[in-house]
Design a protein around this ligand. Structure first.
Ligand SMILES: Cc1cc2nc3c(=O)[nH]c(=O)nc-3n(C[C@H](O)[C@H](O)[C@H](O)COP(=O)(O)OP(=O)(O)OC[C@H]3O[C@@H](n4cnc5c(N)ncnc54)[C@H](O)[C@@H]3O)c2cc1C
Length: 373
């Protein structure tokens, strides 16, 4: 198989790069995504009730249009509906095992944290629907990238109908890495090797939120609002350290929380036990109605090999500074470019960063094309 560009990863950055290329009239690319679905860290938990189907965000939830204009413009272009995070009412604070949680006046975030109606996955679906090129291969795990005489060979495996792994190859001139830098260098063998300083930079760039886990509990109605509670809480007891309202307007209600137990500690607890403790915490905070969610789920990103590596065990307190997007010189100079959100200087690790880095990656390619004419 031969085409001009390989985009590796079908999260937001990969899909947005594909969209930008098509806007420039370029369709000779292939997008290879290892999971059986697109979206990457943008992932839905779908709950079907008798009346409705509701999506809840297992990955990102918020964006901030006031200072992320490029992402906001895309959301507008795609006609996606937005709404503000529910923050009316008191916040609960759980300080210790021996003290009952206390309600405190909640504060509203400024600028307002916004959500997408239908969940973040709507952005992925809308972008995907805009693409003409059907060269998107899901279930395609890229294992090696080899360069020989100006030709780059991308090797990837797919499963056949009998569930056996099949090795495939595509020859390209340019590669866009739309997966986190640390993951790229741990999963993919580059021949010739990447320059050692670049390899070190990419390895040392923590993947945003990879060490985290999220719990979601779905309810028929947001009963906490009747008690003038916003659904948000902070806890020093756990297992969740931070909780928020995750309800869908005109849909089902939900609460979500970030688990405060570090990734290495979570490995020692079964999912079932952790869910039991999360439910018990919601009962302590929000009362007996919280005991029987219609559905609940934990997504542990640290245990997902298509997001996290063994280095992603400790939660970072700040976003990692963006590493170089390409090699300064040598055989990988200019023809291999990083475009996942971690490569964005402006918004490293954010949803808006995926858009920013993809945009820069595509501009970089267009400049190269002009130079080669
Ligand atoms: C729990 C959580 C909460 C978050 N909250 C927010 C938030 O509220 N606001 C915000 O702005 N950001 C948030 N983020 C960060 C945001 O999700 C990311 O910045 C953004 O989704 C990254 O998109 P991406 O396309 O750059 O990378 P990814 O979404 O990681 O996409 C990489 C893709 O590459 C694929 N892949 C991996 N290895 C291979 C391989 N070898 N071959 C082929 N494909 C491969 C993966 O399957 C994946 O689809 C959160 C993230 C998490 C996990």
């Amino acid at each position: 198989m031969r085409t001009k560009i390989a985009i590796i990863g079908g999260g937001l950055s990969g899909l947005y790069a594909a969209y930008q290329l098509e806007q420039q009239g370029i369709t000779d690319y292939i997008l290879l995504e290892a999971r059986d679905q697109l979206g990457g860290r943008i992932m839905d938990f779908t709950h079907h009730s008798q009346a409705t189907t509701n999506n809840f965000d297992l990955g990102p939830t918020w964006f901030w249009p006031e200072f992320q204009p490029q992402l906001n413009a895309i959301i507008k272009t795609l006609n996606l509906e937005t709404f503000a995070q529910y923050e009316q009412g008191n916040t609960l604070v759980e300080r210790s095992h021996t003290q009952v949680p206390t309600a405190m006046p909640g504060y509203t975030h400024s600028p307002t944290s916004m959500r997408l109606k239908g969940g973040m996955g709507i952005l992925i679906n809308a972008l995907h629907a805009k693409l003409n090129n059907k060269q998107i291969v899901i279930g395609a795990l890229v294992k090696s990238i080899t360069q020989q005489h100006d030709n780059i060979e991308v090797n990837f495996s797919t499963s056949n109908t009998a569930n056996n792994q099949v090795n495939n190859q595509v020859s390209v001139e340019h590669v866009m890495l739309a997966l986190p830098p640390r993951l790229a260098v741990s999963q993919i063998t580059f021949t010739p090797a990447l320059p050692s300083d670049l390899l070190t930079q990419w390895q040392n760039t923590a993947t945003w939120m990879a060490p985290h886990a999220k719990y979601i509990a779905v309810y028929n109605k947001p009963f906490w609002r009747e008690e003038e509670l916003s659904g948000s809480a902070r806890s020093s007891v756990g297992p969740m350290a931070e909780i928020h309202d995750a309800s869908n307007p005109e849909g089902q209600a939900a609460l979500f929380g970030f688990i405060g137990i570090p990734a290495y500690g979570r490995k020692r607890i079964s999912n079932e036990d952790l869910i039991t403790h999360c439910r018990a915490q919601l009962v302590r905070l929000f009362g007996a109605q919280a005991a029987t969610p219609k559905a609940d789920i934990i997504k542990d990103w640290a245990q997902d090999p298509l997001t996290a590596t063994s280095l992603d065990t400790h939660a970072a307190s700040a976003h990692a500074p963006a590493p170089d997007i390409t090699a300064q010189n040598g055989p990988w100079h200019q023809n291999l470019v990083g475009i996942s959100s971690e490569w964005s200087v402006q918004f490293p690790g954010y949803v808006a960063g995926a858009v920013d880095a993809a945009n820069i990656g595509v501009e970089h390619y267009l400049k190269m094309l002009k130079r080669d004419l």
